[in-house]
Design a protein around this ligand. Structure first.
Ligand code: ZN
Length: 184
């Protein structure tokens, strides 16, 4: 495990990957992280009694778990014995409550903030695979990374659709229609 030296920036550090083994190792780290974070978000929203959002996050956790299973299967099938060590961490909300680890969830997080957090990280996942697809020299890596990137794009659209149901944050949070956390 690496220390807490990772930059607190939304942009992930994207390695250049030129083998399927590398890609699968990095993809597995990303998808495991997403699965765990969505399960946490679901639990958090359940404690807020927001069953709707909790159910949405549970659904996302299942979707990401399918990716984990699929990637594990591919690793088995390609009989890769040595995989590189790969890490991927979600980033937190820059405007949210302070915490030592940016990916730590705050128990006061509102459904809107939880969805914003999911959106940031889905966009980041898309950017991650997309950058790998465009920077690699291996055609097989390119094709698979592009496929993964496409799936993350669908997740972005899914979260954006859910966010339409929560246009405003709750009364006890600053009203801001254009929070400065989604930079493009
Ligand atoms: Zn995703």
């Amino acid at each position: 495990m690496s220390n807490t030296t990772e930059p607190k920036l939304p942009r992930p550090e994207i390695p250049r990957l030129d083998s399927i083994g590398d890609l699968l190792a990095y993809a597995l780290a990303l998808e495991v992280e997403a699965t765990e974070r969505y399960a946490e978000l679901a639990e958090l929203m359940a404690t807020h009694n927001n069953r709707d959002v909790a159910e949405s996050f549970r659904k996302m956790a299942r979707v990401e778990q399918l990716h984990v299973d699929e990637i594990r299967k591919r690793i088995e099938q390609s009989r890769l014995t040595e995989l590189p060590t790969a890490h991927f961490r979600w980033v937190g909300l820059t405007s949210g409550p302070e915490s030592t680890d940016p990916a730590d969830l705050h128990y006061l997080m509102t459904p809107r903030q939880a969805l914003e957090l999911a959106l940031i990280n889905e966009k980041r996942a898309h950017q991650y695979y997309d950058t790998i697809a465009t920077s690699t020299t291996d055609p097989e890596v390119k094709a698979l990374a592009a496929e993964f990137a496409e799936e993350e794009k669908e997740h972005v659209a899914l979260v954006e659709a859910w966010m339409k149901k929560y246009p405003e944050t709750e009364d006890d949070w600053d009203r801001d229609d254009d929070p400065p956390i989604l930079q493009d």
